[in-house]
Design a protein around this ligand. Sequence first.
Ligand SMILES: [Zn+2]
Length: 380
Amino acid sequence: MTRFLRFSFVPFGTSPTQNPLYPFARLLHFGFGGNSGFGSRNRFFSSQPKVVGSVGIFWDLDNKPPNSFPPFDAAIRLKKVAASFGIVQYMVAYANHHAFRYVPPVVREQRRERKALNQLENRRVIKPVEPYLCRVCGRKFYTNDKLINHFKEIHEREQMKRLSRLDSARGKKRIQLAATLSMKMEKYKNVAREILTPKIGYGLADELKRAGFQVHEVSNKPQAADDALRNRMVELMDLRQLECLVLVSDDYDFVDVLKEARLRCLKTVVVGDQNDGALKRCANSSFSWKEIIQGKAKKEAVTVLGRWNDHDILKRLEWTYKPEMEENKFNILESVFESEDAENKDNSFEACSDLLDEVDVQPWWKLDSDVDDIPAQPNK
Ligand SMILES: [Zn+2]
């Protein structure tokens, strides 16, 4: 009996049942529960694993740009995976000047092809199957260049005017104006994104912002993005604002900050392409960039979360011997038993015997036989 009680991991006063035997009852479930087993989800776990809490995504864009994958979609998929672990409260991305101005080869190739097509259309060598439609005003054009010129001359100018009107308005008037113009401005932005070539790079920063990331450009000094990202992570850890840290990088320099996070009992997830990288070995879990993009990581995240839950339960069950604490617990236990009258004691044990009933405690001669295949012989 005392051996079991030493395992108590929930302070007596705070246990959900307020029953001093609660830890013992929990052990009965774990130890003898029908189809239990620590790894499996039995009836005492909900089918959905408990989420970790506040999640932060830290994206080292210098090291892991989305490149061939459209930045907005990449960011949304990353966010979805992170959201499997808890509530995503921080999404930050850091890179230097070059990363934002870089144009990936795939995008460069697409642009080259579009330019060649435009030239053929202008010389009337080819004709599009369907005319190009301006999705702001509905006008149709037979060449892409004409559509772009129209868009810039009419709609881009309109947008500039709206922005300057907003800039000059103040206070309540500004809020009203913003509300009036918001639909038109949003429509313009959506169409412009499709038909205009981004002014800087391939629109990495704007696309990530649209997906909800805070995007920061750092100086071009080596390690500037790493330092900024690391400081941000440590700052949020110090403020105890994080329970799960998702790092998008393959940079070995982040090993220390991951170790620090684990020391502070945070869950850590690394997204990178180096499968046996030092970062992934440090983290609680890891995904490749490909898994994120293909959507496999989202399903895997649920399994990972279940594993974390199981691990946490086992961790709480672990017995650590602390002489002073043990002595205190026995004193409390003794006083509880001494102060309760016999009737109360019966109640305590009733709760426990209910639990025993639940786990099918039968006399040994009624226990199920292991050999089910042998037909029962009638007694003569
Ligand atoms: Zn138009």
